[in-house]
Design a protein around this ligand. Structure first.
Ligand SMILES: [Zn+2]
Ligand SMILES: [Zn+2]
Ligand SMILES: [Zn+2]
Length: 360
C-alpha cells in the first residue's frame, strides 16, 4: 500500500490502517460504497476530463497504479489526501466504470486509467527539463557535419552547423527555431532523465520509429484506431535552385518549405495523435524497404549510432514526382552501391519496388 505523503492526517491514516488489518476486509472493503447500476465505460471527452478534475481522483489513480493487486476501499482511501470517507467515496464513484474497475477482489485501474497515469508519469519524472545545443556523435544526413541537439518543450531538436538543414518543416505549423534547424523528435521528459544528450537522441529514435511502424500499418500508436494517412505533393516545387532557397539559406522549396515535394500527414480520427514528414517514415513497414535496409545491416530499430545511418538513408533520398493526379512518386534510396526505387501512391502504398546494383 502506498502513502504519497500528501495531506498527512495521522488519525485518519490510523483508522485506515486498522480497517486494513482487522481481518474482515471483505465486508470493510465495500463500506460506504454505493453500487452504481449505470456505471458506464463510455465517457464523452468533457466528462472524462471532469472525472479527473480533483486532487483526490488523481491520487486515487496513482494509488491504484502503485499497487500490485486489487485494493480494498480502505487501502485506496489511505493513499488519498482526504479526511472524509463519504467525500472520498463520492470521488471514487466519479472514476468508476471508465478509469477504475471494481471487482470482488477490490479496486483496480482500467486500461484508460492506466494510460492516464502513464501520461502523467512520463511528463512528471523531472520538472520541465531542457538542455542547450550540444554536439553529439551523429552526422547530418545531408552534408555529414556533426549535428548538435537541444531539448526543450518535450522536443529533441537537431541542428546542422554547416548546411541548411530542414528535414521537417510543415509550413504554417511552426517556424524553424534557428538557422540549420533539421527538425525535432517528440520525447517525453522521462526520455532525457538520466541520459546523456546522445543517449536521449538514440532513445528518441527508437521511440519515434516504433510509432512510425504502427502508422505505416494504418494503426494509431496511441489509441490503436484506424489512422488516416495522406500524401500532399507540392505543385510548384523547387528545392535545387538557389533562388528558391529561404532567407536563412536553407535549400528548401519556397512554396512548401521542404526539401522533398511529397510529404505525408497522419492524423487519428479518434485521439489527438498527429504526425507528418517525409514519405519513407510512412512506409517503414513496407517489405521491400525493410528487407533493403536489413540486407545492408541496417535495423531501423537499432539504437546504435542513434539511427545515424538510418537518417542518411531515409532522409537523403532522391525523389521524382511522376504524376500529381493521381499521385505517383518514385523514391530512390542508396546503400553500399545498391539502390532501391519505390513507386508510391497517395495512400501511401508502395506499388512497385526495384533494386539494382549501381556498381555494375
Ligand atoms: Zn548538414
Ligand atoms: Zn488515436
Ligand atoms: Zn515545394
Amino acid at each position: 500500500m502506498t502513502h504519497d505523503g500528501s495531506g498527512d492526517d495521522s488519525s485518519r491514516r490510523d483508522a485506515a490502517t486498522s480497517e486494513e488489518h482487522d481481518g474482515n476486509a471483505t465486508t470493510r472493503r465495500d463500506e460506504g460504497v454505493t453500487t452504481s447500476e449505470d456505471a458506464t465505460t463510455a465517457l464523452a471527452p468533457e466528462e472524462a476530463f471532469a472525472a479527473l478534475g480533483h486532487e483526490a481522483r488523481t491520487a486515487t489513480l496513482e494509488t491504484l497504479a502503485d499497487a500490485d493487486e486489487p485494493l480494498a476501499f480502505s487501502e485506496v482511501y489511505a493513499g488519498v489526501p482526504l479526511d472524509d470517507s463519504a467525500q472520498f467515496n463520492y470521488h471514487l464513484d466519479r472514476l468508476r466504470g471508465h478509469f477504475v474497475d471494481q471487482t470482488d477482489a477490490g479496486y483496480t485501474l482500467t486500461a484508460a486509467g492506466r494510460r492516464v497515469v502513464e501520461a502523467t508519469l512520463s511528463g512528471a519524472i523531472t520538472a520541465d527539463p531542457s538542455f542547450d545545443r550540444v554536439e553529439i556523435d551523429h552526422d547530418c544526413p545531408y552534408c555529414g557535419a556533426t549535428v548538435t541537439v537541444a531539448y526543450r518543450d518535450e522536443k529533441l531538436l537537431s541542428f546542422c552547423p554547416d548546411c541548411g538543414g530542414t528535414y521537417d518543416s510543415i509550413k504554417g505549423e511552426r517556424e524553424p527555431p534557428a538557422p540549420g534547424y533539421l527538425g525535432y523528435q517528440p520525447l517525453p521528459p522521462a526520455g532525457v532523465d538520466g541520459r546523456s544528450p546522445a543517449e536521449a537522441r538514440a532513445a528518441a529514435h527508437v521511440w519515434n520509429v516504433s510509432d512510425q511502424v504502427a502508422v505505416s500499418r494504418g494503426v494509431c500508436p496511441r489509441c490503436a484506431a484506424d489512422i488516416d494517412v495522406w500524401v500532399r505533393v507540392c505543385d510548384a516545387h523547387e528545392s535545387e535552385s538557389p533562388a528558391s532557397a529561404s532567407d536563412d539559406g536553407r535549400p528548401v522549396c519556397s512554396a512548401c518549405g521542404n526539401r522533398h515535394a511529397a510529404m505525408h500527414t497522419a492524423e487519428c480520427p479518434r485521439c489527438t495523435y498527429r504526425q507528418g514528414g517525409v514519405l519513407p517514415v510512412a512506409l517503414l513497414a513496407d517489405d521491400a524497404l525493410l528487407s533493403f535496409l536489413l540486407d545492408h545491416g541496417l535495423n531501423p530499430l537499432s539504437q546504435t549510432g542513434g539511427g545515424h545511418q538510418f537518417d542518411t538513408v531515409l532522409l537523403g533520398y532522391e525523389e521524382t514526382v511522376r504524376s500529381h493526379e493521381p499521385v505517383e512518386v518514385a523514391l530512390t534510396f542508396e546503400l553500399d552501391g545498391e539502390t532501391l526505387t519505390l513507386v508510391v501512391d497517395d495512400t501511401p502504398t508502395v506499388t512497385a519496388a526495384t533494386r539494382s546494383d549501381t556498381t555494375e
